[in-house]
Design a protein around this ligand. Structure first.
Ligand code: G1P
Length: 293
């Protein structure tokens, strides 16, 4: 059997209103960071963690995501005839061989927990990963979910990615409490969704990477609407705490919040600096652009 996490869920049914008008027709997840759509970065990360089944939780406005991962026959045929082998490879590598995509429709926007629950029949009873593509994480060595899959193989239960957040913004995150367990791990004793700063048990915020046992589905099915009137994944993880170990993991790498404009632009600049096609010229032009603003 292949090591790592075989199934990864991508909850991508959100409206993306912060990026209007760009997201009026184009799903937010297809906006590019340099030349790869946000969802492509997320898929590459899942595949690096061992995934061979990608489960996208979409709605009827997100069908273009399925088109992106489909074979583009006309394009490939043209590239073959023009002998553009490099471009052909780029087009084909969108979905590596042996990796399957499954699309599940979330018919009502009832929250992240509900979106994950929609993937239940595809995931079955295996441990699985969740990536929220808005949280773009870049690490030159090992992508974040692969780091977590490795940790999960050692500690079992659930593993959630965490990082210190500005204490004034705890109400934007799931926040954990717990004890240091060494090796960047925190044994979680409590997890709360979007607490006000005065109620937050710490400043360790959950960012969009999870490794979860299938048991979470039973707990999600029994979860009542919580913060914001939505069925929260955080609340089901809080229920899981009574049964299985839950660890927070301080991943290595830089995270960009691509759910907002600033994070998206910063991620774009950071990735353009990683790209030999743009890095040198950008190093020269960026100070000038910033200086004249
Ligand atoms: C979701 C989760 C939250 C987590 C965050 C990470 O919130 O509910 O616990 O901290 O993702 O990005 P959202 O950003 O969807 O409101």
């Amino acid at each position: 059997m292949k090591p790592g996490l075989r199934k990864v869920v991508f909850p991508v049914a959100g409206l993306g209103t912060r990026f209007l008008p760009a997201t009026k027709v184009v799903p937010k997840e297809l906006l590019p960071i340099v030349d790869r759509p946000l969802i492509q970065w997320a898929v590459d990360e899942a595949v690096a963690a061992g995934a061979d089944t990608l489960v996208f939780v979409i709605n009827r406005n997100k069908r273009a995501i399925a088109d992106h991962f489909d074979v583009a026959y006309e394009l490939e045929d043209t590239l073959v005839r023009r002998e553009k082998h490099d471009l052909l490879r780029v087009a084909r590598e969108v979905l590596p061989e042996g990796v399957e995509t499954v699309y599940v429709v979330q018919q009502q926007a009832l929250g992240l927990g509900h979106a994950v629950l929609c993937a239940r029949s595809v995931v079955g009873d295996a441990d699985f990963g969740v990536i929220l593509p808005d949280d773009f994480i870049f690490d030159r060595q090992t992508p974040a979910l692969a780091q977590m899959a490795k940790v999960h193989a050692q500690v079992g239960g659930a593993v959630v990615a965490v990082e210190p957040v500005d204490p004034q913004w705890t109400s934007r995150y799931g926040i954990i409490d717990g004890e240091d367990a060494g090796d960047e791990l925190i044994r979680v004793s409590a997890i709360v969704e979007k607490p006000a700063p005065e109620d937050a048990p710490s400043n360790l915020g959950v960012v969009g990477r999870y490794v979860l046992p299938a048991r979470i589905f039973d707990l999600l099915a029994a979860t009542e609407p919580g913060a914001g009137g939505e069925i929260q994944l955080t609340d089901a993880i809080a229920a899981l705490l009574a049964e299985q170990p839950v660890h927070g993991y301080r991943f290595s790498g830089k995270r960009f919040d691509c759910g907002n404009k600033l994070g998206f632009v910063e991620a774009t600049v950071a990735m353009a600096m990683e790209d030999p096609a743009t890095a040198d010229a950008l190093r020269e032009s960026l100070p000038e652009i910033i200086g004249s603003a």
